[in-house]
Design a protein around this ligand. Sequence first.
Ligand code: AMP
Ligand code: ZN
Length: 473
Amino acid sequence: MSLVLFNDLTRKKEPFNPIKPGHVSFYSCGPTVYDYFHVGNARPFIVFDVLRRWLEHEGYHVTFVQNFTDIDDKMIHRAHKENITVQELAERFITEYQKDADALGIRRPDVAPRATEHMPEIIRTVEKIIANGHAYVSEGDVYFDIKSWPKYGSLCKQNLEDMEAGARVDPTEKKRDPLDFALWKAEKPGEPSWDSPWGKGRPGWHIECSAMSSKYLGDNIDIHSGGVDLMFPHHENEAAQSEAASGSGKPFVNYWLHNGFLLIDNEKMSKSLGNFLTARAAIEKYPPLALRFFMLSAHYRSPLNFTPESLEQAAAGVSRLRNCRSDLDFAAKTRKDNNSTFDVKEYQAQLQELDKKFTEAMNDDFNTAAAMGILFDVVYLINTTLKENESLPEEFFTLSKNALKDYDDILGVIGDDEAENENAEIEKLIQERTEARKAKDFARSDAIRDELKARGIVLEDTPQGTKWKKELA
Ligand code: AMP
Ligand code: ZN
């Protein structure tokens, strides 16, 4: 069976056929960088990272774009509260996002565009929508004209009358229809603004994704993903805008994928409800890969309830996987014997059988829950083989280690001991340098900086603390 995906456009599982054979264009809505992201936000970042890895494993060349929303009401309020600029706030939380995402094994996107760096593209998209007769200017704002777009509601499967009945009508609004949404908002005092043909202002939230996805992936893309709360209005609006701007008649997106909610006490985890735990706090308390393990232990579309026990169980799961790998390493040093009578062919056939099942699970709408179950069957097979055999041939160790590595390249739940140890060591040295600087022991702090530099680690001191990055060779 080849890959099938549940497409929210048709509410059906469909065989995956990319627009350009061998290539996948994939856009995922990214974080609004006004704060640390929470465990609920981590769910799409983790599950779609796995889909991206799976597509690559299946031989596709994937272009993965995930934006940073660095201008919106939340950004403006938070920057005011902290008495810093919106840009400073964005810089800070993009850095923090990357730290947490790296710790969670989320691979960096091929392109991570920021809305504020794409004003010309955003303005051009709005101009095209106006020119094609689907938006209008009203006192410096620009609105999408819902009535001009009969397809509106086709993703969220609602009709206009029902949506209008549910919409709040505010007589002070400058819109023709309560469902019309802003593409461009006229400047308000004290808010960042950009020049535009309609006067100074800033973009609406939805238009940035339309403009940036089209810039990097074109007007018709293979996959677009996000949490289920984004289906309406964000994705419905993105689709209307992008198709109204391109005027090509082609759909904006061929496969719409949405992850289910992460719940806490059976309620959606969210900033506004205040029932959230930041990913940072979770990974300070539990091993980061336990959070990843936990997310992948459910199907991405099912709701998933977060409890301390579930994280503890996930941490135990990660340990079991890592122990299997270290037991293998240890046995390879102590029990390798090329004269052993062990039936390698039979063992290889068992691994292949499991591999087939793993592929079937991943191809079935990337069912990571089932795939993780199969990874544990592999671990069970390795553990029992180790237990039952005093000596084992080299091929056993090579096959087993490669199997674990291949699965982990896709799921990323076992991790890399060496990289983790190195990161921990770097963080420890930076901490020591901060303390030396506080104590005015500059000889020591300079020595640490030089030592890290020799290892290709560059430090940058910022008001929020010391940042580090690895210099590319
Ligand atoms: P935001 O930064 O609020 O735009 O959210 C970033 C991503 O997290 C979006 O794809 C949201 O749909 C997703 N998201 C937010 N809360 C949850 C939740 N409780 N469970 C799953 N996904 C969520
Ligand atoms: Zn978006």
